[in-house]
Design a protein around this ligand. Sequence first.
Ligand code: NI
Length: 197
Amino acid sequence: MSILKIARMGHPVLRKVANRVENPNDPEIIRLIADMIETLKDAGGVGLAAPQVFQSLAVMIFFVPPSRTNDDDAQSEVPLTVLINPEIEPLEDDEKVGGWEGCLSIPGFQGYVPRWRKIRYRGIDENGDRVEKIASGFHARVVQHEYDHLIGVMYPERMEDMTLMGFTEELRRDPPDVSSDNTEVDPQGSGDAQQEK
Ligand code: NI
């Protein structure tokens, strides 16, 4: 296994629609997934999509760490999940919720991004088995963030107010007021980058 270089915003691989994986059991795909897991651990993130490691393929990985769960919103820990050729659909139309996100491809920054509150996602896992799940909260946010990488979209393109993007360090020092009914209490930010170090 190897730790892979992470593409940064501006590289064309991040703007392309990723190709579907024809054979999830291909040894090259299995190796890519193993390398992505190692790369994600090394980077200290919570999700990673294959285009972020310069592979234009519909493969993403993510997890929801125990620190990001909360009791009142049916949020629970989600183990490391591999999704190949994923599809997502919103379950409550027009129900978007704002939250802070970071991205391993935009190091040092965070932005306030509206996302669907609740989604259904489908895909194939690392064993070639079908996966179908309903997600909300942090889980839904990280899935939407990683899925966007597979269609060439980065989180700033999902933002509605670009004044709510900045260096994580500055935002922590003097957080902008975004409190409303549609805000997730999410001071750590999510997206790929769990916490900037
Ligand atoms: Ni990202």
